[in-house]
Ligand binder design. Structure first.
Ligand code: SAM
Length: 190
């Protein structure tokens, strides 16, 4: 309840950045983390907010030390650092991810994004995706949720970046209902 209030207050102050009136529910958190386990290795989370997906990642066996939490909101970043002191919490714009020093240079196995990608200018979305794929192993996957009816990354941008998107699933048990896409690099030669 306190978490929902904290989230709502942040939305009142900055509706464009927070982009939702309530944190994601458990069903969406389980769906977006469903392919991630301890074996995935380091995981980057973009826009964790109050930590709905962070909790699910830890429940799936990802160690705090293997988590980088990239959050622009000072109110969220401070609380995340208190709750997950062994994770690497960085208060920064995810569009600068490329320059961030995380995991001592070890590549991540996955990126979980709670960012309002659909509402962002294409150049910013491109910078976020480019940075994320630079920080991942070639077989790494970028998981993005959306409230919209299709992948929130336009096809033109996917093609330009050599990325393919697959629908992972959807849940009605979220307010509003949401679905998740898995974005991966198109292997060279395909
Ligand atoms: C829709 S909320 C999702 C929060 C949480 N992942 C959830 O599902 O409940 C979007 C989050 O992304 C953060 N955010 C928005 N733009 C950002 C940016 N450019 N860089 C980093 N975080 C950003 C917001 O502060 C907020 O925490």
């Amino acid at each position: 309840m306190a978490e929902a209030f904290e989230f709502f207050q942040a939305w009142l102050k900055n509706p464009l950045r927070v982009a939702a009136v309530a944190p994601s529910g458990k069903a969406l958190a389980q769906l977006i983390t469903s392919e991630i386990s301890h074996d995935t290795g380091p995981v980057i989370e973009l826009g964790p907010g109050t930590g709905a997906f962070t909790r699910a990642l830890i429940e799936r066996g990802v160690k705090q030390e293997d988590l980088a939490l990239i959050e622009f909101g000072a109110e969220f970043a401070e609380a995340l650092h208190l709750h997950y002191p062994r994770a690497c919490t960085l208060r920064m714009d995810a569009a600068r991810l490329r320059t961030a020093n995380i995991f001592d240079g070890r590549p991540a196995g996955a990126v979980v994004s709670g960012l309002p990608l659909l509402a962002m200018p294409p150049l910013k979305a491109a910078a976020i995706l480019t940075g994320a794929f630079r920080k991942m192993r070639p077989d790494g996957a970028f998981y993005q949720f959306t409230y919209g009816p299709q992948c929130p990354v336009p096809r033109k941008l996917l093609n330009r970046l050599g990325i393919q998107a697959r629908w992972l699933g959807g849940t009605l048990a979220n307010l509003p209902p949401a679905s998740v896409y898995r974005l991966t690099q198109i292997p060279p030669g395909n």
